[in-house]
Write a protein that binds this ligand. Structure first.
Ligand code: SF4
Ligand code: SF4
Length: 225
């Protein structure tokens, strides 16, 4: 799932301080699971915005809405019925959702109410940890299912650095050294010999930062008239 964190309220209010009518739009998927952008958070943000405006002696009309999945064109379709009647939209979906609204509803102004942070997993109530960096060339087959790209502070591929002490990363005592975890996992799986293999330099051309990536399924594409 995609994990996000609310932007500081001050930053959000700055966008709307001179506006009269805005919408706050949430997403019922990942950001609902991490308690940052679902219906409840839409209601909370809308109330805070109305109160902040009232304190300045003005009325702010805030429409609230949440779609099932803001990153998909079909799901955001109903927003088109009203979005351009408003001065701006604060989307509290991930960056993909914000961009879906911006592309579909031009010239509506769409602002990001959350900072999209990482792809991760809820490991216990209230704790989400990064698990994948979308490197485009997965190596989990040789690391016992533990990702050294997102979970090693240096994204090392050939074992731990010299800073791994007592199973902890040198960056912080709160961060497990994933290479210690990989070692223990491979040992349990009876393939500890994987640790001895030297991995050649990774293919980074498929990773973020190289070019805007895409997945193209030609057999599913419909020619536009
Ligand atoms: S190796 Fe790459 S694709 Fe696989 S989990 Fe790690 S970052 Fe994600
Ligand atoms: S201590 Fe472990 S997790 Fe931290 S940077 Fe070194 S190898 Fe990576």
């Amino acid at each position: 799932m995609i994990v996000a964190e609310s932007k500081p309220f001050k930053e959000i209010y700055e966008w709307v301080k001179d506006l009269k009518k805005i919408c706050v739009i949430g997403c019922g998927d990942c950001v609902t699971v991490c308690h940052m952008g679902g219906q409840k958070q839409v209601e909370e943000l809308a109330i805070k915005l109305r109160i902040a405006a009232k304190r300045e002696g003005r009325e702010l009309d805030v429409k609230e809405d949440t779609v099932l999945r803001q990153c998909e064109q079909e799901y955001v379709e109903p927003i088109g019925n009203y979005v351009n009647e408003y001065d701006a939209v604060i989307s509290i979906a991930c960056g993909v959702g914000v961009q879906t609204l911006a592309e579909k509803f031009t010239p509506a102004k769409i602002y990001p109410g959350v900072n999209t942070t990482f792809m991760g997993a809820p490991v216990k109530p209230g704790l989400f940890l990064e698990r994948c960096a979308g490197c485009g060339d997965c190596v989990l087959d040789i690391t016992g299912g533990y990702c050294p790209i997102s979970r090693c502070s240096k994204s090392l591929l050939n074992g731990p650095c010299g800073g791994s002490v007592g199973g902890k990363c040198e960056v912080s005592k709160d961060i497990p050294c994933v290479w210690q975890e990989i070692y223990e996992q491979l040992d349990k799986q009876g393939i500890i010999n994987y640790m001895d293999e030297i991995r050649p330099p990774k293919r980074w051309s498929t990773s973020t930062g190289s070019f805007p990536r895409k997945l193209e399924l030609k057999h599913l594409q419909v020619e536009e008239e």
